[in-house]
Every structure is written in C-alpha cells, then in structure tokens.
Design a protein. Structure first.
Length: 209
C-alpha cells in the first residue's frame, strides 16, 4: 500500500499546527505517533520530519510516552511534570512545526521558518497553559475521577488532531480555533481560581466558596 503524501501547502500547514498544539498537550505522543505513521508507511512524512521515523527516535519517544501516560494520571505529580515541561514543550512545538514546513517556501525559507517557529511555539504554549492550569485546578479537589477523565481526554486529543490535520485540514483548523479559544479562556479563568485556592490552603482556611 502506498503511503499518503502531503498534497498541498494547506495540509502541511495543518500538520505543522497540529504538531505545535499537540506538543503542548502530549509532546512525546505527538513525536511517537508521527514517527510511527511514517515508519509503518501509512503516510509519507515531509523531509524535515522523517528523522522521527528512525527506530532510535521511535524507541526513545515510545518510552517517554509510557512515562508521561503514567505520570499524568497521578494528582500533583502531573502538575510537577507540567511545570518541568514548560521549558520543553514550547521550544519542541516550535521545532516540530518548523520541520513540518521545511522546504515549503522556497528561497524565503529563513523568514517563513521564523514565522512558523513563532506560531508553533505559540500554539504549544497556549495548549500547555490550558492543560497545566486545568489540571492544577482539578488537583485541588479530593476526588480522583475528574483528573483521570481529563488525562484520558488529553491522550485521545493528540491522535485525533494529527489524523484530522492529515485527512481533513479545513476541519482541523476549525477545531483548532475552538481549542485555542477554550484554552485561553480556561487559562485566564482557572489561573485566578488556582491562585485564590492555594492562598487559602496555605493560610489554613477552609475551601473556597
């Protein structure tokens, strides 16, 4: 079976945006699933992303997928993991988005590569901030089920976004716009809640009204 190749600039842009945004949610899953799809010849990856289908990269990414999957299910530990990955997910999202678009703009590669990196990093930062803030807010609740449900939703979101970007770019961009808007709204709203809640907890007060 022939692997599906990117057909046009819109599909490449969708893939770049999907990798940027997904990096803010599940960086290692985004890397592993993209590389696996290329290695299995389900798709033909753009030249800049073909390194992801190398066995050593797949093995390392796969191992980190397992670590992140488990860590993300443990309250408080997930927030620590998110805090550390603030310095990893955002530059990785920028790098993956740039790699997806490498060579697509001809002679003006430097300018467009910079623009793509900024957009990919911004998408990763937006998704990461929404995820980290939501999980920090949920961790103030003693019941474990909402934390687990949110974690599983994140696990499902990444393959869904990558698949949409490859098969239905227009639909993907619509979904992405909603996701970005929700992430921004959640970040602003829940950050205020988390800040107030932790202040009360430090002072030994009861739960917020």
């Amino acid at each position: 079976m022939d692997a599906a190749a990117p057909q046009n600039l819109a599909q490449l842009a969708a893939l770049a945006a999907a990798l940027g945004y997904s990096s803010g949610l599940r960086l290692y899953a985004a890397v592993f699933l993209t590389g696996l799809a290329g290695w299995l010849q389900w798709v033909t990856l753009p030249p800049g992303l073909q390194v992801l289908q190398q066995p050593l990269v797949l093995g390392a990414a796969g191992a980190m997928v397992v670590v992140e999957f488990v860590t993300d299910k443990v309250p408080a530990l997930d927030s620590l993991w998110d805090a550390v990955h603030t310095f990893i997910r955002i530059p990785a999202g920028a790098a993956l988005a740039t790699a997806a678009m490498a060579g697509a703009f001809g002679g003006d590669a430097l300018t467009w590569g910079t623009v793509t990196a900024l957009l990919g990093g911004t998408l990763a930062a937006t998704a990461h901030a929404g995820k980290a803030t939501t999980r920090a807010a949920v961790n103030t609740s003693p019941e474990p089920f909402s934390n687990l449900a949110l974690s599983l939703a994140g696990d499902a979101a990444v393959p869904g976004l990558l698949w949409l970007s490859w098969t239905h770019p227009v639909v993907f961009f619509a979904v992405l716009a909603v996701g970005v808007a929700v992430a921004l709204a959640v970040t602003v709203t829940l950050w205020r809640f988390v800040r107030r809640r932790w202040r009360r907890l430090r002072r030994g007060a009861g739960p917020a009204a």
